[in-house]
Design a protein around this ligand. Structure first.
Ligand code: UD1
Length: 420
């Protein structure tokens, strides 16, 4: 297994470009199953999770055509199977996103039930109950969700008990071809849900309310092809900005969207960063100063994203003062804390909150990544350490960060990949 070797102590400086959003690209790829026409998806990030979704398309009998810029053309008319196997679902939970489109377009789908993962139990009960309300017959047998419907799904009035991102996306995709109107209340408001809705509208869907907590979908008879460009990745953007703030650096990130990062930018300002924004860029300057510790609480968009709390924990480790980070979305998202304490951090966990007392610098150590965003936080911890850190199990990071060591090298970091 590859590892990352980091020699800490360098302030990040320079400019980088942000890739397309993983969490938007995955549902958009799944949405291409809703039409027999060709859909061209541009600005896909170069990530393992995208490769897994393309592999899943291959399992269904669909052969995406990929060009050298990683734009993908998908024509799902060659579909032969309706089954997402466990081998793929276990490596990427977002495989569940093919459930709604397959069921709605073909009246049948079998998707392996995703298990728990490093950050919590992560059930998909809300996806299942919403599709049942739309007339689907669903059983869970031998580890598989087996879904079918005679004729078309029927529009329904659905109240989501919890805000779920992929749950909202699955139901929204299914509802585009259902008979009648579907109303999703307590819908996820994440920008990636809006990006998917905009792509579906470009394919001929009738959707309104995306970005708010009530989404209304009027089913249509069929969808058609389109060319769609995936939005920039706000989590990748935030991760580099936090890394720059923690290392007292000065960077500019380009090809991004400041308008969807308000909660994160406001925390960076509290940490002492000077932030400048343009239409598609963000510049962060710490003027060489040590960051101040910040406190935050994760919650669904537009509040502070759970996918960015571990990175702020790394910043707090070397900040002036103490900060608390409260996680309300997932039950077990603090695995990185124990690794950071091994690097000399002073962090204690109390229930769903971590309390961090900042120290001058961390000490490099061999550490192990446990999930995608935790691995990013360990890299930031390595960047602010006095000596050498190796991060093991970095396949987690390759799932969600495009060429991370190259982008960090471009910003001056001393980081390299050691192949296994
Ligand atoms: C998505 C993102 C992930 C992000 C998360 C929260 C993708 C591919 N992944 O994950 O990066 O961290 O949103 O912003 O977009 N829940 C249930 N029952 C369900 C569904 C969810 O109890 O049927 C719970 C989950 O266990 C969790 C909470 O709801 O506690 C939110 O999860 P959800 O928004 O569904 O996360 P994902 O869509 O899997």
């Amino acid at each position: 297994m590859d590892k990352l070797l980091i020699q800490g102590g360098v302030s990040l400086k320079g400019e980088i470009r942000i890739a397309g959003a993983k969490n938007s690209a995955l549902p958009i790829l799944a949405a291409t199953l809703l039409t027999h026409d060709t859909v061209k998806v541009c600005n896909l990030p170069h990530l393992y999770d995208i490769t897994t979704m393309i592999e899943l398309m291959g399992c269904l009998g669909v052969e995406p055509i990929i060009d050298e810029k990683l734009n993908v053309e998908i024509n799902s008319s060659s579909i032969k199977h309706f089954n997402a196997p466990y081998e793929l679902v276990k490596t990427m939970r977002a495989s569940i996103l093919v459930l709604g489109p397959l069921l709605s377009r073909y009246g049948q789908a079998e998707v392996a039930l995703p298990g728990g993962c490093a950050i919590g139990s992560r059930p998909v009960n809300l996806h299942i109950s919403a599709l049942q309300m739309m007339g689907a017959d669903i059983t869970v047998e031998n580890g598989y969700i087996k879904a079918s419907v005679k004729g078309r799904l029927k529009g329904a009035h659905i109240f989501m008990d919890l805000v779920t991102v992929t749950g909202t996306e699955n139901v929204m995709m299914a509802a585009t071809l259902a008979e009648g109107q579907t109303i999703i209340e307590n819908a996820a408001r994440e920008p990636e849900v809006v990006d998917l809705a905009d792509c579906l509208v470009a394919m001929g869907a009738d959707i309104s309310g995306q970005g708010g907590d009530t989404i209304v979908i009027n089913g249509v008879d069929e969808l058609h092809g389109c060319t769609y460009t995936v939005m920039p990745d706000r989590i990748e953007t935030g991760t580099y900005l936090i890394a720059a703030a923690a290392t007292r650096g000065h960077i500019k990130v380009k090809d991004t969207r400041p308008d969807i990062l308000e909660s994160v930018l406001s925390k960076l300002e509290q940490a002492g960063a000077e932030i400048k924004i343009g239409e598609n860029w963000i510049e962060l300057d710490m003027h060489g100063q040590r960051p101040r510790a910040v406190s935050l609480r994760t919650a669904p968009y537009p509040a502070f994203p759970t996918d960015m709390q571990a990175q702020f924990t790394a910043l707090n480790c070397v900040a002036k003062g103490s900060g608390t980070i409260t996680e309300t979305v997932f039950e077990n998202r603090f695995m990185h804390v124990h690794e950071m304490n091994r690097m000399g951090a002073s962090i204690r966990v109390e229930g769903n909150t971590v309390i961090v007392d900042g120290v001058e610098a961390l000490k490099g150590a061999p550490v192990m990544a446990t999930d995608l965003r935790a691995s990013a936080s360990l890299i930031i911890a390595g960047l602010v350490s006095e000596n050498e850190t190796t991060v093991d199990r970095i396949y987690h990071i390759d799932r969600g960060y495009e060429c991370i060591e190259e982008k960090l090298q471009h910003l001056g970091a001393k980081i390299r990949r050691i192949p296994s």
